[in-house]
Design a protein around this ligand. Structure first.
Ligand code: GSH
Length: 320
């Protein structure tokens, strides 16, 4: 399975449907477990293009972990051998960074180091343990929760999953994941008209649902808060944001999610996204539209064989 073509067809089942496989490294950082929070022990491997890795970058930023967990960024272009790193350090990260830990040229080699028999896909994000030389987790949903454990060292914690909101967050995360986060991929990677149509219609059904949640809360109010759940920024906002910020620039055309646009048709989601982006540095500083656009449009050859990167929409996100 590892190395299967990202052209699209090898990712779909016989019925033309894309079904995402479960992540395989599922350890947890905990105060008194095998993987304890320690300064400098862990390293985060990400792609700036990837919505799942973007969750981890936003959360690292919100939890103020810059001095605790370093980051390596893969090149935006993904090929049949997976993600790669640039091998000579450069002043900017427009094409990613070197692998700061091992100077590897391929992410696949990191997975082999953790488990030589690994047969899954070589995905980002990866939370790497430099002490045990293994992968703690390659599941973004769990990585963003465990970053909260560093509170014992930093004395700082933004509670993104507060006790009293847990069930509401879980409920929202579940349908957002299946129908929106993963829904855009199911639309874009579909290799039959039927699979595409049912998935794309479904994406918009659930965007409508998210729009109505925000509308019910904020219509007619000039509220400084603008969050999906309660009056708090929670992981639910982070998890929806990383898909919505990519929607007009990429998913609308590249994944053919073009029944509506966020900026024209979803005023409440658009305001919510713009507030997060323009008013919270953790969201803006981790969003790299160049990596995002170039990654999708140059990596999926069956969707865009010549790898032409579309110029629009201009701008990628509207001002507040
Ligand atoms: N369930 C994983 C999914 C991660 C994932 O699919 N990442 C994509 C990038 S957006 C990837 O690395 N794909 C490389 C490949 O499939 O070869 C998570 O949320 O952490």
């Amino acid at each position: 399975m590892a190395g299967a073509s990202l052209a699209g067809t090898a990712l779909t089942d016989k019925d033309g449907e894309f079904r995402r496989k479960a992540s395989q490294f599922r350890n947890w950082i905990t105060k008194d477990g095998e993987f304890q929070p320690e300064k400098g022990r862990y390293h985060l491997y990400v792609s700036y293009a990837c919505p799942w890795a973007h969750r981890a970058l936003i959360t690292r930023n919100l939890q103020k972990l810059h001095d605790y967990i370093d980051v390596s960024v893969v090149h935006f272009h993904l090929d049949d051998n997976g993600w790669r790193f640039i091998t000579e350090a450069k002043d900017d990260d427009s094409e990613g960074t070197i692998d700061h830990v091992y100077h590897l040229d391929r992410l696949s080699k990191l997975y082999s180091k953790a488990n030589p028999d690994y047969e899954g896909r070589w995905t980002v994000p990866v939370l790497w343990d430099k002490k045990k030389e293994t992968i703690v987790s390659n599941e973004s949903a769990e990585i963003i929760r465990m970053l909260g454990e560093f509170e014992v060292l930093t004395g700082h914690k933004v509670d993104l999953y507060p006790e009293e909101l847990k069930s509401e967050i879980d409920e929202l995360n579940a349908w957002v994941y299946d129908n929106i986060n993963n829904g855009v991929y199911k639309s874009g990677f579909a290799t039959s008209q039927t699979a595409y149509e049912s998935n794309v219609v479904n994406v918009f059904k659930y965007l409508d649902k998210a729009e109505n949640i925000l509308k019910d809360k904020y219509e007619g109010k000039d509220d400084k808060f603008y969050y999906l759940i309660g009056n708090h920024l929670t992981e639910a906002d982070i998890r929806l944001f990383t898909t919505i910020i990519r929607f007009d620039p990429v998913y609308h055309q590249h994944f053919k999610c073009n029944i509506k646009m966020i900026r024209h048709d979803y005023p409440f989601i658009n305001t919510w996204m713009k507030k997060l982006y323009w008013q919270n540095e953790a969201f803006k500083s981790t969003t790299d539209f160049d990596h995002i656009k170039k990654h999708y449009t140059t990596s999926h050859h069956s969707i865009n064989p010549y790898g032409i990167v579309p110029l629009g929409p201009i701008p990628n996100i509207l001002p507040l």
